[in-house]
Write a protein that binds this ligand. Structure first.
Ligand code: DOR
Ligand code: ZN
Length: 417
């Protein structure tokens, strides 16, 4: 019934080799001596064992858009990506804007998800941006945050009411921060400028100041937003921010042939913004990395650029993207990337003292990383239904090879078996 992970490296002063005994959902023993008691033994072969990743921003698409993704395919893709918990965004059909709908989704998740999923409920009724949802009742039903992700709330009175309700219910608001007028009809940076985010962020921070609510900025994309978040934090507002792997790795200067696979909201920004995002992440102004995993069908992404939907599928690629694109290039340390995938999102979800260093008694929610493994990104090997990533065909280094939730193996890569 127990599992022993042998010869793993840990983020400790003495990194290698360790043996880890997992029993009844927790780490029972960590030792450099041989361990007994586990029935299954996995040879870790020097790979790095860390607490599993947590994603604050995943689109699972079920209910309503199962041709793009299902709870089963999306949570398996997350497990493959090293995630032990994700937060499902509310742009589904029906929209979880009532306690009944939240409970229905939780039931579906219980039956179909391969890893734990938290529910982000809609901030406004039908995500229409007009009437604030009942935050207290949504929290009682099990929601952990409110958001209208996919679109921003334009009416400041409505947003202020949402934030008041969130504050009263002790829920954070996850903001898709976008000024509709400045974004209108835009696709890429040239027609959908960074000011659409900046203008809305300035307005929203006013409402945060007024209400004292907890505000989490989704998919930050501009240098000016980083400055605004830094100032808000310095002022003592309860503001956190996430950045996506694609905004950290890609800029307008890098793309020569624009097509639907690069169409994402917010759009990819100029290199100066990308550098400011990396710097903001290094300095802790940006707290965490979230995927904004946005799977779409091949048919939808084959539409003319104006009609193709926004979004990049990426939850099973985030670590290899970040490791290859930022750590191996020396732009950011492995520890900071892990912190942004592991400890910071746990903190935002309310875990007071998350750690990277594993110890006896810790929950066995774990990811084993093979930092030397190089694999090509191929549609055939992606388990998400959405193969819509501009990283197709690229060789990436550093892959999760084993994921455990409460001591149970939820993903094991072929290289391990
Ligand atoms: O690119 C995006 N896709 N951005 C969003 O905010 C929503 C997401 C989606 O649901 O496809
Ligand atoms: Zn969004």
């Amino acid at each position: 019934m127990g599992i022993i992970l042998q010869n793993v490296s840990l983020l400790r002063t003495d990194p290698y080799p360790w043996n880890v005994l997992i029993e009844k959902g927790v780490i029972r023993a960590v030792s450099q001596e041989p361990l007994a008691g586990g029935e299954a033994v996995v040879d870790g072969a020097g790979r790095l064992l860390v607490p599993g990743f947590v994603d604050l921003h995943t689109h699972l698409r079920e209910p309503g858009f199962e041709d793009k993704e299902t709870i089963a395919s999306g949570t398996l893709a997350a497990a493959k990506g090293g995630y032990i918990k994700i937060c499902a965004m509310p742009n589904t059909d029906p929209v979880p804007d009532s306690p009944k709908r939240v409970k229905e989704i939780l039931k579906l998740l219980q039956d179909r998800a391969s890893i734990p999923v938290e529910v982000v409920a809609a901030a406004t009724v039908s995500r229409a941006g007009r009437v604030a949802s009942p935050a207290g009742a949504l929290r009682a039903a099990g929601a952990i945050a409110l958001s209208d992700d996919g679109s921003g709330i334009q009416d400041l009175t409505v947003l202020t009411e949402v934030l008041k309700q969130c504050k009263g219910a002790s829920l954070p608001y996850f903001s898709h921060c976008e000024d509709r007028e400045l974004a209108a009809g835009g696709i890429f940076q040239d027609t959908f400028p960074g000011e659409a985010e900046v203008k809305a962020l300035k307005r929203e921070l006013e409402a945060v100041r007024k209400t004292g609510a907890r505000y989490h900025l989704c998919h930050i994309s501009t240098a000016e937003s980083v400055e605004l978040v830094a100032a808000a934090k310095a002022e003592g507002l309860k503001v956190t921010a996430e950045v996506t792997p694609h905004h950290l790795l890609l800029s307008t200067e890098m793309v020569s042939e624009w097509g639907p696979l690069y169409k994402v909201n917010p759009p990819l920004r100029p290199e100066a913004d990308r550098i400011a995002l990396i710097q903001g992440l290094k300095e802790g102004i940006i707290d965490c990395i979230a995927t904004d995993h946005a799977p779409h069908t091949a048919a939808e992404k084959a539409l003319p650029i104006e009609e193709a939907p926004f979004g990049i599928s990426g939850i099973e690629l985030s670590f290899p993207m970040l490791y290859s694109g930022l750590v191996l290039t020396g732009e950011i340390s492995l520890r900071r990337v892990l912190d942004a995938l592991i400890t910071k999102p746990r903190k935002i979800l309310g875990n007071p003292q998350p750690r990277l260093e594993l110890a006896e008694g810790d929950p066995a929610d774990l990811t084993l990383l093979d930092l030397a493994l190089i694999q090509e990104v191929r549609a055939e090997t992606m388990v998400s239904r959405g193969k819509n990533t501009p990283f197709l065909g690229q060789k990436l280094q550093g892959w999760p090879v084993l994921t455990l939730v409460s001591g149970r193996i939820v993903w094991q890569a072929e290289v391990l078996s």
